[in-house]
Design a protein around this ligand. Sequence first.
Ligand SMILES: N[C@@H]1[C@@H](O)[C@H](O)[C@@H](COP(=O)(O)O)O[C@@H]1O
Length: 259
Amino acid sequence: MEVVILGGSRPIGKLAADAIEELLRRKPDAVLGLATGSSPLPVYEELAARHATGLDFSRASGFALDEYVGLPDGHPEQYRNVIRREFTDRINIDPANVHSPDGSAADIPAACDAYEAAIAAAGDVDLQLLGVGTDGHIGFNEPGSSFASRTRIKSLIEQTRKDNARFFTSLADVPHHVITQGLGTIMDARHVILIATGAQKAQAVRDFVEGPVAAICPASVLQFHPHATVLVDEAAASALKLADFYRHTYDNKPSWQGL
Ligand SMILES: N[C@@H]1[C@@H](O)[C@H](O)[C@@H](COP(=O)(O)O)O[C@@H]1O
């Protein structure tokens, strides 16, 4: 796991966009794993700007990490709509190639299996963007999630509902259930870039980067990933024991820049 400590959201967005740009140049039909939440927004901002000056997504495809269950189609907080609004409507990716779990399916387990099959049929995710919850969740894999899990329905813990209530009118409007790619699904991505910013993420970052690998902290499974990059600002890095080592080792230059 490479931990890169950067000056803020803007350089983080640029560095992650560099990785995606490099991937698209090497593999124009790359499969991107897309995350919601505020953490990846600077990446989408940067990619939209690069698209305006020629970066081509026409052959790429995308798979969202997760989705709320039960929000009516067209609801602005349905993650499929968030991903479109924040990212895919701003680039030239084919909308037919942007996939999300179906949170309003009549048969949820079948929809989860179909999502796994679609990811596999696309050849698996080349680069997965991730944020992290204050409890260490990735996607919506809450503490206790199996490291072998695949796409499935999950219940949200109260802290996550509270964290996400800012996007809704009230806490009562935040769904209790979600569909999320499993930790096993996420681990199949060839490269994972996790972004965490702000002091409220410092403990989660410390726990998953330097703590034991344990289901109580789902993101800690990334310690087993052969190519995981963690991009953090100073505030999110503030509880890391080995911060100076990471600064020295990665020196703002993750592996795709020839480390
Ligand atoms: N399902 C999403 C996660 O994918 C995201 O990582 C997390 C953190 O969001 P933020 O980046 O806004 O802190 O929020 C939600 O729970």
